[in-house]
Design a protein around this ligand. Sequence first.
Ligand SMILES: [Zn+2]
Length: 172
Amino acid sequence: MKKECEHEFKPSAYSGSWKKGTIWEKCSKCGKENNERPMTKKELKKWVKMCKEQDRKCKEWNKLWHTFSNKLSSPFKYKGYDLMERVERFAKKHPTVKIAHVDDSYFSSSYIAFFPHECKDEYWGTTALLIPQCSGEPATAFFLYPGHVDGLIKVLQEIQKNQKAKPRKYNL
Ligand SMILES: [Zn+2]
């Protein structure tokens, strides 16, 4: 007969305010979820400290992107070549901003600029700003969490594999 799990419940999720918090627990051995329970005073104190720390880090993580968007009042105030030039100038001053070249739907040189959200020891994610040069569309920003980056690389590697297997015969 299968031995019953001697559950070892560990916190798996938290929620709440600074006055009252809730904890969800999960067994680290079998994955069984326990009912939610209120935080003890000690846990609440730790939770509040964690929230404050998270707030502080969040400001730090978003600093570069906010510096950029404040400088331009918003990247969406500008578009096309005008915005590209501004991004290039910003990237020169902030070398962690990276630029990858693409074509827009008018086959004009365009690019995606990547703005890291990071502090000294932690990486939160990346804002990518796609700027079409000539199609008249405004720039589009999207966010990449580390998992998204991994997924994107995987897809790009498959595309690259296909490209290499079937190279173009006529290069203009
Ligand atoms: Zn268990």
